[in-house]
Design a protein around this ligand. Structure first.
Ligand SMILES: Nc1ncnc2c1ncn2[C@@H]1O[C@H](COP(=O)(O)OP(=O)(O)OP(=O)(O)O)[C@@H](O)[C@H]1O
Length: 270
């Protein structure tokens, strides 16, 4: 894991830097006349925790939607582990190892916590599994493995005691945790987290941060949108700043925090 990899300029359209697990090149998206994301470049170094910040309406969630192809970019490329993914459907991107969460967690309220986890595993095995293993015995074996894996992950995030409860009975913070736990069922290499601390009580925020650091130590990379600057400052190696849909700045958290352009963008938006 290279925590102190220096930023390297994006060189030419086809050169791929293998130190970057994810790279966005000139990504753009308009909604009618509104340029929500405009020519945005960004990279995430392998093994890093990278932050994405900016005032409300800066284009952060739209940018996540473009990275994960929940929205089709008007222009630009998304490169994950050296290969273009901007034309792949979201579930194929997840199978390659990049998974995301949402600002408002998308848990299935009327399924149990455990069932929510098992659904994520089905996405992971996808067509490959169903095509290759049509026999009931193999499916049963796979289900047993998934169940064990789900319980292990739930245990590690402190939700195991709720595994048979409806997901709808979880608190807002616990839903965020379940969404991250569900992402782990896909054995990701990179997780995109959209505001993991929003609406979460301080004790649970600390717990979520500790989990993120623990998973990161074991090799998982993160890209995190977050308004809570304490979270960004304590977790991130590098921070990218968007304002009005464009790149404003990037650097280590301290550089970004004291950058006059960044301060102005935030103060100007209040
Ligand atoms: N589906 C959509 N249709 C039209 N406009 C949209 C759509 N999604 C986002 N926008 C607009 O694009 C701009 C960027 O929105 P986005 O949600 O990406 O910002 P954000 O930085 O994530 O904001 P916040 O921090 O408040 O969540 C906003 O002006 C928003 O109103």
């Amino acid at each position: 894991m290279n925590k102190s990899a220096p930023a390297q300029a994006i060189q030419n359209e086809n050169a791929v830097d293998t130190a970057y697990i994810l790279e966005a090149r000139k990504l753009s998206k308009c909604f009618g006349g509104l340029r929500a994301v405009q020519d945005v470049d960004m990279h995430v170094c392998e093994g890093s925790i990278t932050g994405l910040i900016g005032p409300n309406g800066a284009g952060k969630t739209t940018f996540f939607n473009l990275l994960s192809n929940f929205l089709t970019p008007d222009n630009g490329r998304v490169i994950f582990e050296g290969r273009s993914i901007e034309k792949l459907p979201p579930h194929h991107i997840a199978q390659r190892g990049m998974v995301r969460t949402f600002q408002v967690p998308r848990v299935l309220s009327r399924l149990s916590v455990l069932e929510n986890m098992l659904l994520a595993a089905q996405n992971q095995v996808g067509e490959k599994f169903w095509n290759a293993w049509f026999g009931g015995k193999q499916i049963a074996m796979q289900e047993k493995e998934n169940r064990e894996k789900a319980k292990e992950i739930l245990e590690s995030v402190g939700l195991i005691h709720m595994c048979n409860n409806y997901a709808g009975a979880l608190s807002g913070g616990q839903r965020k945790l379940l969404e991250i736990a569900r992402a782990l069922m896909c054995d990701p290499k990179l997780i995109l987290l959209d505001e993991p601390a929003a609406g979460v009580n301080p004790a649970l925020i600390e717990e979520i941060c500790r989990h993120i650091q623990r998973w990161n130590r074991s090799g998982l990379s993160f890209l995190i949108i977050e308004h809570n600057m304490d979270v960004i400052m304590s977790l991130c190696d590098r921070v990218w700043v968007l304002a009005e849909g464009s790149n404003l700045a990037n650097g280590d958290p301290q550089q970004v925090r004291t950058n006059p352009k960044v301060l102005e963008a935030y103060l100007g938006s209040s």
